[in-house]
Write a protein that binds this ligand. Structure first.
Ligand code: CU
Length: 318
């Protein structure tokens, strides 16, 4: 990174970029900040000049003809031109590459990210590359994603809560969805974020280029425990990643209960409902809201959980 990046640092932008596309995001933010800084200085100087030049002492009577030179028109036109170049030449193509040019399905690692109050669950397909069927009616405390135990594709599936491992230098496609309210899967070091919306499957992708441990946070105000909705992304070497997969597969064989979801913060209503089944204030009461423990029926919003992705969504496999 060059000296231009100083302005990003000064404004508290995350300094570490660990993804292949992150420098493009950093550059456009840098450029916008410098451009805004130049505009701020320019307009401030012009404002002060106008205050002095047209003060009452020097100009007691209003001039109804106004400005006669074309300088201000040229300046305004230049600003509009630079903004149009930024938008059409940089921002829109960069955004289009992010949403249209997904890496080929075989090359990428596909992971399902299922958000809930207040944690992120990850579902990986295991060695067979096939995800098990998920059914919202099967969701329980011991089966947070509602994986169908009868589906043979699920025998080797890996489900984790809070921590996800991915190999370095391999594109990752994360398909985001939510069990309850709108969350946002945000990894600042990867320069990536995407909303997790009940009833939608929203794919995002990135390629980690540096091994390490990075913070995942929720970037939508999703409830009283939002502040604690954090997770970890660990970028491993390919060998470490294989070791982690092996460890998780062994754990899945011996452990029947996945890690419990994050505890509700003080003040959050409990009422016996499973996490993610609290209706919004004034919203309809779930059918079994009074049922105690794990058996409570899912919130109506969850009924949409396994709905197919909207046609407009870019295909991650394409
Ligand atoms: Cu959240």
């Amino acid at each position: 990174m060059n000296s231009l990046a100083l302005i990003n640092e000064f404004l508290g932008m995350p300094p570490n970029n660990a993804s292949s596309h992150g420098y493009q995001i950093d550059h456009i933010i840098e450029f916008c900040h410098w451009f805004m800084a130049a505009l701020f200085v320019g307009w401030s100087a012009f404002f002060i000049y106008v205050l002095i030049r047209f003060r009452k002492g020097r100009q007691p009577v209003a001039d109804h003809a106004g400005v006669r030179s074309g300088i201000s028109t040229h300046l305004e036109f230049s600003v509009v031109l630079i903004e149009a170049v930024l938008l059409l030449g940089f921002a829109i193509p960069l955004w289009a590459r992010r949403v249209n040019q997904f890496p080929p399905g075989k090359e990428a690692l596909l992971v399902h990210v299922v958000a809930q109050q207040f944690s992120f669950n990850y579902h990986l397909p295991g060695a067979d590359g096939q995800f098990a069927r998920r059914d919202v009616n099967l969701v329980s405390n011991s089966n947070p994603l509602g994986i169908d135990p009868k589906d043979p594709a699920g025998k080797d599936d890996i489900v984790t809560t809070g921590e996800l491992h991915v190999p370095v230098d391999r594109p990752v496609i994360a398909e985001l969805s939510s069990k309850d309210v709108i969350h946002d899967f945000f990894i600042s070091d990867m320069r990536i974020a995407g909303d997790a919306i009940p009833g939608s499957l929203i794919p995002i992708w990135f390629t980690p280029v540096k091994t390490g441990t990075y913070e995942v946070i929720c970037a939508q105000l999703c409830g009283l425990g939002h502040y604690g909705m954090k997770g970890t992304l660990v970028v491993d070497t390919p060998q470490d990643y294989q070791a982690w997969l092996k460890e998780r597969a062994e754990l899945a064989g011996t452990q029947t209960t996945p890690p419990a979801p994050a505890q509700r913060p003080p003040g959050e209503p409990i009422g016996g409902a499973t996490p993610g089944t609290i209706p919004p204030p004034g919203g309809p009461k779930p059918p079994n809201a009074d049922a105690q423990g794990a058996g409570a029926s899912p919130h109506p919003a969850q009924q949409l959980h396994n709905a197919p992705a909207p046609a407009a969504s870019p295909s991650p496999g394409g």
